[in-house]
Design a protein around this ligand. Structure first.
Ligand code: NAY
Length: 296
């Protein structure tokens, strides 16, 4: 699919005071990101707090995103959850909303009790075969790859709807290995924002990440310039971007909330506990300075 590329925010889901999706803010936020020219949106992953929401709420977020987008940008929905059965229901629901792809993490929590990749493969098989939508297993760390990366990719390639992967790893060689061992058949997205441009050299088609919620237009411009050969600009930007990310990571949920409010006037609320609980507010001038440093 030609549209599955470029810079995609891993959508931050606005939450209300009660820690539930704030639909009014969500609609405003989605429209803003789409109007800004983002290449696509990835829903309900780590950044979207999908794992902290109930099934009905996840379905609602997917419905709202699909309605607001109205086909303007491609959408991939992360449907992985604790049980395979719920993941399958979420996959079918996503298909009924007309989204462009589904994605899933490997089994959550119980994955560690299985010494092989058999559990992950079966989970992925059930989800992938639940719909005709392009399927993107979401690799976080090394979940599901304990039998060896290349062998596991070969098995995944046998799934009829297997379309690509979202690779949240800092290991660039692992991304390259998946690229060449899949013989160009997979559409790969990198998940480490710090390596947005670097990963493009490893065969990725796009980048999905949390910081593109705040710096979408800048990241898109830089990634495109890099692809056109402007290595010097990309180097300058990536070093500033990496330094900024390292600085805000210990307090990232608060940073996202304050920065998005300051830059776009949308309140995404607080992250659902236990996530974000240790966060302290930043000084306003500090957030403004961090924003400006990257934007400039
Ligand atoms: C998701 O599903 O939201 C993502 O995987 C987004 C990728 C993010 N990784 C994690 C582990 O959350 O955007 C990155 C990450 O926040 C960024 O690179 C900073 O380290």
């Amino acid at each position: 699919n030609e549209r599955l590329k470029g810079v995609w925010p891993a959508l931050l889901t606005p939450m209300n005071e009660a820690g539930r999706p704030d639909i009014a803010q969500l609609e405003k936020w989605l429209d803003l990101l789409i109007t800004q020219g983002m290449d696509g949106l990835y829903l309900l992953g780590s950044t979207g707090q999908g794992f902290l929401l109930g099934e009905t709420e996840r379905k609602k977020v997917t419905e709202v995103a699909s309605a607001v987008s109205g086909g303007r940008v491609p959408l991939i929905v992360q449907v992985g959850s604790m049980t395979t059965a719920e993941s399958v229901r979420l996959a079918r629901h996503a298909a009924s909303c007309g989204v462009d792809g589904i994605s899933s993490v490997a089994p959550v929590y119980y994955s560690s009790s299985d010494g092989s990749s058999a559990m992950a493969l079966k989970h992925y098989e059930s989800i992938a075969s639940a719909t005709d939508l392009p399927f993107f297993p979401y690799q976080l760390g090394t979940s599901g790859f304990s039998d060896g990366l290349v062998g596991f990719i070969d098995k995944l390639l046998q799934l009829p709807t297997m379309a690509g992967m979202k690779l949240t790893t800092n290991n660039l060689l692992e991304i390259s290995t998946i690229s060449y061992s899949s013989r160009g058949k997979l559409t790969l997205f990198s998940g480490a924002d710090e390596l947005m441009c670097h990963a493009a050299l490893c065969g990725t088609s796009g980048a999905i990440g949390s910081f593109y919620n705040v710096f979408g237009p800048e990241c898109r411009f830089v990634r495109n310039s890099f692809l056109e050969g402007n290595v010097a600009l990309a180097t300058d930007f990536m070093l500033i971007f990496q330094e900024m990310i390292a600085e805000v990571l210990p307090n990232v949920w608060t940073f996202f909330r304050q920065a998005i409010l300051m830059r776009y006037g949308v309140d995404i609320g607080s992250a659902i506990p236990p996530v974000g609980n240790t966060n302290r507010p930043w000084k306003e001038e500090k957030v403004a300075a961090l924003l400006q440093r990257v934007i400039d």
